[in-house]
Design a protein around this ligand. Structure first.
Ligand SMILES: Cc1ncc(C[n+]2csc(CCOP(=O)(O)OP(=O)(O)O)c2C)c(N)n1
Ligand SMILES: [Mg+2]
Length: 305
């Protein structure tokens, strides 16, 4: 969680300096969702991600050096510097990609689940998507297909309260979002997305169900993004007070507090881990800055036509 936070805070700074191009969406505040859910996966499982994908990638174990290189447009990046933030993927490792198409992760996860089932493999797909994606047609199509075919897919909604500037309170006539599961014949559950262990517990149960051939589950994690939707956001649709209130439930502080209470973590240990994480990310970007730029001729490589 610390590494994810350090990574996205760094990218936020670099963007302001004009060193990261395109746009970027930050995961700061939502760390417990990616880390808790990915911790429940087994070797061979896959994830599908979103436009807000840095946290999913880091939780899944992608290399922050190669992620940093991608964000700086370097040839050693995950997409050879040609994709940027929203295309980071490591398909052979099972990270099937960040995705600029809202809801796109759902179709890919459904396809992966279908392949695993057809091949008789003991593998599952964990699909991350936002509250906004639930309003896309693809959600209805994939929820139904996954349910009728009993695919090993876990649909994990990150309800961070907004789709761009649109509040979930205005976007949904019926809450909770997990209530939609009933319409597709799958279980649905809403959990506290600021609580690492809660997310882990829900993901582990859903993954077990998926592996047992019982089909998909819809998990809604209630969470919050501390920073704007993307770099072009002036935060005009919410109050400072609201942001402050959510920050009080910070997933990192909360989990660290719990570990400290249990005597599993000393006070200075958290600070040490924090500095280690920020140092590691600084190093990744310093190293990336020295990597070569892609060659011009590579612009025509890896394209279909
Ligand atoms: C199909 C599609 N429609 C619209 C957009 C523009 N868009 C990018 S992010 C976003 C909001 C997504 O909200 P949510 O799914 O809640 O994810 P969050 O940004 O909150 O993580 C929109 C509408 C897009 N990228 N793709
Ligand atoms: Mg959202």
């Amino acid at each position: 969680m610390l590494l994810i936070r350090a990574f996205d805070e760094k990218v936020n700074d670099l963007y302001a300096e004009g060193r990261v191009h395109g746009t970027a969406h930050f995961y700061v505040g939502q760390e417990a969702v990616a880390v808790g859910a990915v911790a429940a996966l087994k070797e061979g499982d896959v994830i599908t991600s979103t436009h807000r994908g840095h946290g999913h990638a880091i939780a899944f174990g992608l290399d922050v050096d190669r992620m940093a290189a991608e964000l700086l447009g370097k040839a050693t990046g995950y997409c050879r510097g040609k994709g940027g933030s929203m295309h980071i993927a490591d398909v052979s490792a099972g990270m099937l990609g960040a995705n600029g198409i809202v809801g796109g992760s759902m179709g890919i996860a459904c396809g992966a689940g279908w392949a695993f089932k057809r091949r008789g493999q003991d593998r599952a797909a964990l699909c991350f998507f936002g509250d906004g994606a639930v309003q896309e047609g693809i959600s209805s199509e994939t929820f139904n297909l996954a349910a009728i075919w009993k695919l090993p897919v876990v649909f994990l909604c990150e309800n961070n309260q907004y789709a761009m500037s649109l509040s979930v309170r205005k976007a949904f006539a019926v809450e909770p979002i997990s209530g939609r599961a009933a319409a597709y014949g799958m279980p649905g559950e809403t959990v506290d997305g600021m609580d690492l262990e809660e997310v882990y517990r829900a993901a582990a149960a859903a993954l077990k169900r998926a592996r047992d051939g019982e089909g998909p589950t819809l998990i809604e994690t209630v969470t919050y993004r501390y920073l704007g939707h993307s770099k072009s956001d002036a935060n005009l649709y919410r109050t400072r007070e609201e942001i402050r209130q959510w920050r009080e439930m910070d997933p990192i502080e909360r989990f660290a507090g719990k570990l400290q209470e249990e005597g599993a973590l000393a006070e200075n240990e958290l600070q040490e881990m924090e500095s280690r994480a920020y140092r590691r990310i600084d190093e990744a970007f310093e190293k990336a800055a020295k990597e070569p730029e892609p060659e011009l001729k590579s612009a025509l490589e890896d394209v279909y036509a």
